[in-house]
Design a protein around this ligand. Structure first.
Ligand code: ZN
Length: 278
């Protein structure tokens, strides 16, 4: 057997199997194996294999916690139980007046607003967001969305959501990235709160520039007229939960909510995975 650790390189020769680790972004999963059936996701291969085979494979390609990097146990997926217990939850969802809803005061009339976790630089939440956004680990978004959704179920402020809608990416950015990270979070939330998702009817019309170095006023100018609605009837008379990954200035969410609130009898609430103080 031989083992090399470079991305995109041969990393292991097994008598009957050849394992390759593709370059980042080439495939959604980290590890692949080349078997007599062709290239196969290692995770898929492991699901089809007896437990002892999984244990042997785990020795060389452990499934690791996306927050702390430790190997996951048989019953654990995406994140270890210890990290799940230690997630820095905000608890904002229970209070109408909270630091997230205050971000939007005087800007747009939301029904309610909350974030699931505190975003601390260098902490586990940053690791999780990084795994979701830059390592294309969609399972992180779905799992955190589900955990968030179970929390929202405990709040009367969020108990009558009709539709979960992610902040949309421009089609060009979507093609480049391959997926919208907010869609994965919205998927998880919708499963937990038993509401529908809509990825089709709220769209981004303009591919805006990076907003990292703009002031709040400029950011708002930058997102005005950026979003549009495809089929108004599907979004009218609904309580919409607008979902994003990290809340910073709120300018993008404000523009999204303002666009949706122009519809007849529509209520909008906001839920972001993480809250970063600016
Ligand atoms: Zn962990």
């Amino acid at each position: 057997m031989c083992l090399f650790g470079f991305d995109g390189q041969l990393i292991s020769c097994w008598p009957s199997l050849l394992f390759v680790r593709p370059k980042p972004g080439l495939f959604a999963q980290n590890n692949y194996c080349l078997s007599s059936n062709g290239l196969l996701s290692l995770n898929k291969y492991m699901m089809q294999s007896p437990l002892w085979v999984n244990d042997v494979l785990n020795l060389f390609f452990p499934n690791v916690c996306q927050a702390c990097g430790d190997a996951l146990g048989r019953q654990e997926k995406v994140m270890c139980i210890s990290c799940q217990v230690k997630l820095p939850k905000t608890g904002f969802y229970l209070h109408e007046d909270n630091p997230v809803s205050r971000v939007f005061w005087g800007r747009v009339n939301l029904n309610a607003a909350t974030s699931f976790l505190f975003f601390n630089k260098g902490g586990n939440v940053q690791e999780l967001i990084h795994a979701l956004k830059y390592k294309n680990n969609k399972e992180v978004g779905v799992l955190l969305g589900e955990l968030f959704g179970y929390e929202l179920n405990q709040s009367p402020l969020f108990n009558n959501i009709d539709l979960v809608i992610p902040v949309p990416l421009h089609p060009r950015k979507y093609r480049k990235r391959g997926f919208n990270q907010s869609e994965t979070i919205a998927t998880g939330i919708s499963r937990a709160i038993k509401a529908s998702v809509d990825f089709e009817n709220f769209i981004r019309l303009v591919n805006t520039d990076s907003q990292t170095r703009k002031s709040r006023y400029n950011r708002w100018e930058n997102v005005k007229g950026v979003f549009g609605i495809r089929n108004e009837e599907t979004l009218q008379n609904k309580h919409i939960l607008l979902v994003d990954d990290v809340l910073t200035t709120g300018a993008t969410l404000e523009a999204c909510a303002a666009t949706l609130l122009a519809l007849e009898n529509t209520k909008v609430s906001v839920a972001t995975l993480a809250y970063a103080q600016v």
